[in-house]
Design a binder for this molecule. Structure first.
Ligand SMILES: NC(=O)c1ccc[n+]([C@@H]2O[C@H](COP(=O)([O-])OP(=O)(O)OC[C@H]3O[C@@H](n4cnc5c(N)ncnc54)[C@H](O)[C@@H]3O)[C@@H](O)[C@H]2O)c1
Length: 295
């Protein structure tokens, strides 16, 4: 597939020597390209990956391409809170700072399954896993301010709903909709996080990367076919990384904390994604599910 149609490009020229970044799901697709660009600009970049072997291959590739040897791989399985806690514990022991956290990893349309902690896989990995990770790293982000959290969501959030009585798909389940619900949760999390972080020097943004040629559609032959059919309009992962990079790097973006971005611009979100009551309730429910004390 050859791609075109990318209007959003991150034009920031900022360099990142001495800065530390974590990118989840960085061994493929958009996450890999995001990590590569952060490394290119001189940051120490942690590739937080489920598959450490694949991560090591990618780290070596990024080191070769960028000349930056500070590209490190650490095990992170967002489908297991023990793994998330272990990752955070080791990271906090190892690093003095964290300036950029890109919550990029995601699953789409996987068959009904549960995480190690019994959460529905989309909600568990895409939302709850990143919620816990951010919670565990938030003090380090505050200490390192100015710092940023970028949450990779999707246009698919428009079809999402937060059914509090069916958050784990226990009453009804559709793999396609489960993905949409989790991507809506990413935006609600971003908005509530921004509200809570006001004045802390940590800002946060949610992102729609565009429609990108990646491994995301691996679970759905229909989606693979649609991707192939529209291949001319589909972005490369490098193009798909631009809005995440824009939100991580652009100077002066702090006043737009909590907003959603697409094509390196503020983007419209659904009415459900702007509902502060749902955002606060989702925050509380997420804390309860993860055993985090509500504040
Ligand atoms: N590709 C698109 O068109 C598109 C569109 C909108 C949003 N997105 C979002 O972009 C993000 C990146 O997706 P991509 O397109 O690069 O797909 P991808 O499948 O290439 O990358 C997803 C990454 O997440 C990782 N991951 C999955 N489950 C994990 C787990 N349990 N623990 C840790 N890592 C895990 C995978 O290993 C992979 O590295 C996702 O959040 C996705 O929802 C993608």
């Amino acid at each position: 597939m050859r791609k075109m149609l990318s209007t959003g490009v991150c034009t920031s020229t900022i360099q990142l020597p001495g800065k530390v970044a974590v990118v989840t799901g960085a061994n493929t697709g958009i996450g890999k390209e995001t990590a590569k660009e952060l490394a290119q600009r001189g940051a120490r970049v942690y590739l937080a990956c489920r598959d450490v072997q694949k991560g090591e291959l990618v780290a070596r590739e990024i080191q070769t391409v960028t000349g930056n040897q500070q590209v490190l791989v650490r095990k992170l399985d967002l489908a297991d809170t023990k793994s998330i806690r272990a990752f955070a514990k080791d990271f906090l022991a190892e690093e003095k700072h964290l300036h950029i956290l890109v919550n990029n990893a995601g699953v789409m349309m996987c068959p009904y399954s549960k995480t190690a902690d019994g959460f529905e896989m989309h909600m568990g990995v895409n939302h709850l896993g990143h919620f816990l990770l951010t919670h565990l790293l938030i003090e380090k982000l505050k200490e390192s301010a100015p710092s940023r959290v970028v949450n990779v969501s999707s246009l698919a959030h428009h079809l999402g709903r937060i059914h509090f009585h069916n958050l784990q798909g226990e009453k009804f389940y559709s793999a396609g909709l489960a993905y949409c619900h989790s991507k809506l949760a990413n935006i609600l999390f971003t908005r509530e996080l921004a509200r809570r972080l006001k004045g802390s020097g940590v800002t946060t943004y949610s992102v729609h990367p565009g429609t990108v040629d990646s491994e995301l559609v691996r679970h759905s032959s229909v989606m693979r076919w649609i991707w192939w059919l529209f291949s001319f309009f589909i972005k490369t992962p490098q193009q798909g990384a631009q809005t995440s990079l824009y939100c991580a790097l652009t100077e002066g973006l702090e006043i737009l904390s909590g907003n959603h971005f697409s094509e390196c611009n503020v983007a419209w979100v659904s009415a459900k994604a702007r509902n502060e009551t749902i955002a606060r309730r989702l925050w509380d429910v997420s804390c309860d599910l993860l055993g985090i004390t509500r504040d």
